[in-house]
Design a protein around this ligand. Structure first.
Ligand code: NDP
Length: 299
């Protein structure tokens, strides 16, 4: 096997945003609806500010209505809750996103719970997560964006999931846990690994598909990868790079250089899962706007 086919998330995400733009235009011409996305940002984290800027840019390009609510680090929990209630009541807003993490004096769960389920564009609410996990239940109104992006990358790259051995490294509420459920619902046999897993390399070596969502720079080595396996690298880490003007470069949770020699297909960082997350946010916004109008969701 190898060298691996590079799964181009930038290209696939641009294709999807083009489709969403068309769907938004249809929604406007046929039903008079403009999808609306509200983004709530707290504090000065540069990574959060960058993500919010990219999300707003994508929303503008898709022809959405968008609103920002920016707050100082010192904002109170009640102020955030009041803002969300206001957005819940605003008929122009179909999706509400609170950029995480929030400052430590604020309880994230309490703030997120305030978002109306029908506007939970990140799909993080207990109702949407529950409906995603229940078999044969009603479909969630939105599925978490990064996990949905991983699935979409596999589908659009023609990677078969049914019957495959999948190892997901990480079990967070926003990535590891939901991506494992989605892949299980697509009939994969899923193993979820985490910080207490014994012999992580041994698990990874059995996987036809590896999803790495850890937050540890280049932890997964090429000799952990089964020859021909598909590797989806969710991690966004920085590593020192004296030759770079910024002094660092981004890297994933997978050691790309060694893994690409063994894998059948692999996502790069940057340019893999990252752009897909934003594309899926746009898709969720359109689907929530459709839901609000009683229209069926776009698969
Ligand atoms: P969390 O920190 O919430 O979760 C990390 C998970 O990795 C935990 O389940 C943890 O286990 C597990 N873990 C930590 N160390 C190890 C280890 N040595 N071996 C095995 N498992 C380990 O992170 P997130 O899920 O929020 O994010 C994961 C990564 O994905 C980060 O790099 C983040 O930046 C990136 N990310 C990228 C996005 C994108 O759009 N591309 C979007 C969201 C995140 P335990 O549960 O036992 O603590």
């Amino acid at each position: 096997a190898g060298p691996a086919r590079i799964i181009d998330g930038t290209k696939i995400a641009a294709d999807i945003r083009g489709e969403i733009k068309q769907q938004a235009a249809d929604l406007l011409s046929k039903h008079g609806i403009t999808p609306g996305l509200a983004v709530v940002l707290v504090g000065q984290r540069t990574d959060s500010a960058t993500y919010v800027r990219m999300k707003k840019k994508a929303a503008d390009e898709c022809g959405f209505f968008s609103v920002d609510r920016k707050f100082d680090e010192s904002v109170t929990q009640q102020q955030l809750i009041d803002t969300i209630k206001e957005l819940n009541a605003d008929p122009k807003v179909h999706g509400i996103l609170v950029q995480l993490p929030l400052p430590r004096h604020i309880d994230e769960a309490t703030v997120l719970e305030t978002i109306d389920v029908s506007k939970d564009v990140d799909g993080f609410s207990a109702t949407n997560i529950g409906n995603m996990c229940l078999r044969g239940g009603k479909p969630p109104l939105a599925v978490p964006c990064t996990p949905a992006g991983c699935v979409e990358l596999l589908q659009r790259s023609g990677v078969e999931v049914s019957g495959k051995e999948v190892v997901v490294i990480g079990r967070s509420n926003i990535v590891g846990m939901p991506v494992a459920h989605l892949l299980m619902s697509m009939d994969a046999t899923v193993t979820i690994c985490h910080s207490r897993t014994k012999d992580l390399p041994g698990h990874v070596r059995k996987a036809d598909i590896v999803v790495a969502a850890v937050g540890a720079a280049e932890m997964v080595k090429g000799d952990w990868i089964k020859p021909g396996a598909t590797v989806i690298d969710v991690g966004v880490n920085s590593k020192p790079a004296p030759e770079n003007p910024r002094g660092y470069v981004l890297c994933g949770d997978v050691d790309f250089e060694s893994a690409k020699l063994v894998a059948g297909a692999i996502t790069p960082v940057p340019g893999g899962v990252g752009p897909m997350t934003i594309a899926m946010l746009m898709k969720n916004t359109v689907n929530l706007a459709r839901h609000a109008a009683g229209l069926p969701r776009i698969p």
